[in-house]
Write a protein that binds this ligand. Structure first.
Ligand code: HEM
Length: 225
């Protein structure tokens, strides 16, 4: 079967992906300065920048949630056990022996089963933990000030520990994620796809509608976003 350039990541998706990457890098960089690991901006400025980036991330997340539901792309993250072991086996052994990728990438199913699990975990566990603990960190004094004792926090100790642990988990994810981006058809093919939107995929029925000549998405959404 031949290969064809297929439009797989839409405009907003690419924008969201790279903005999220930049903001997470910046939040990690300023966050670990706040934590006292090194000194670059100075503590006070690091806090200001961390807050600005945190608000920017919250706005981005709000738009991304809307986009996932408006386009139906949330379905990409529904976990499935099919091929799960084969995919794990591939990353541990097959990849070093030039074995073929066990999961075929298509526009309707662009994530392999391990990616589905990892990204779902990121979206419903790691990011919410970091965001919620970050917001508690930001506003911990105010609820009790206005008499809302239900969320009265007397010490920041646990909030700080959870926020830092979440930050470390997020960084571990990013490191694994960057390594895995290099395991596509070529070292750069996955990154190129996230930059341009297009990727060389097997030329089959599911991908036919999304080729360069016919840029109508398989979900029948016109590409104007
Ligand atoms: C919406 C998301 C986030 C919010 C609202 C938030 C908020 C905060 C706040 C208010 C602080 C304390 C600043 C101070 O001491 O005055 C903090 C510290 C910190 N943040 Fe975030 N943050 C967010 C996301 C992140 C992300 C994505 C990372 C890393 C990947 C991160 C890493 C850290 C670290 C390491 C600290 C220092 C914790 C400590 O030593 O106790 N934060 N954050």
């Amino acid at each position: 079967m031949g290969h064809k350039k297929v439009y797989i990541y839409r405009g907003f998706e690419r924008f969201w992906h790279w903005m999220q990457a930049i903001l997470i890098f910046f939040l990690a960089f300023t966050g670990f300065e706040i934590h006292g690991v090194y000194s670059f901006f100075g503590f006070e400025e690091a806090v200001i920048y961390h807050n600005i980036a945190a608000y920017s991330l919250l706005i981005l997340i709000a738009f991304a949630i809307f986009w996932h539901f408006a386009t139906g792309e949330w379905r990409q993250y529904v976990p499935s056990a099919k091929n799960l072991m084969a995919q794990a086996n591939y990353y541990i052994f097959g990849i070093f022996k030039n074995a073929p990728h066990p999961t075929k990438k298509t526009v309707l199913s662009k994530l392999n089963p391990l990616q589905k699990l990892a990204y779902l975990g990121l979206k419903i566990l790691v990011i919410p933990v970091v965001v919620t603990s970050g917001l508690l960190y930001m506003f911990y004094r105010y609820p009790s000030k206005f008499g809302v004792d239900a969320i009265n926090i007397t010490t920041l100790k646990w909030v700080a520990i959870i926020h830092t642990a979440g930050a470390i988990a997020l960084i571990a994810f990013v490191i694994g994620h960057i390594y895995l981006t290099t395991t596509g058809e070529t070292i750069l093919s996955n990154i190129n796809a996230m930059l341009t939107g297009y990727e060389e995929l097997e030329d089959d029925d599911e991908n036919k509608n999304n080729t360069e000549e016919n840029t109508e998405l398989a979900t029948n959404q016109p590409i104007n976003n």
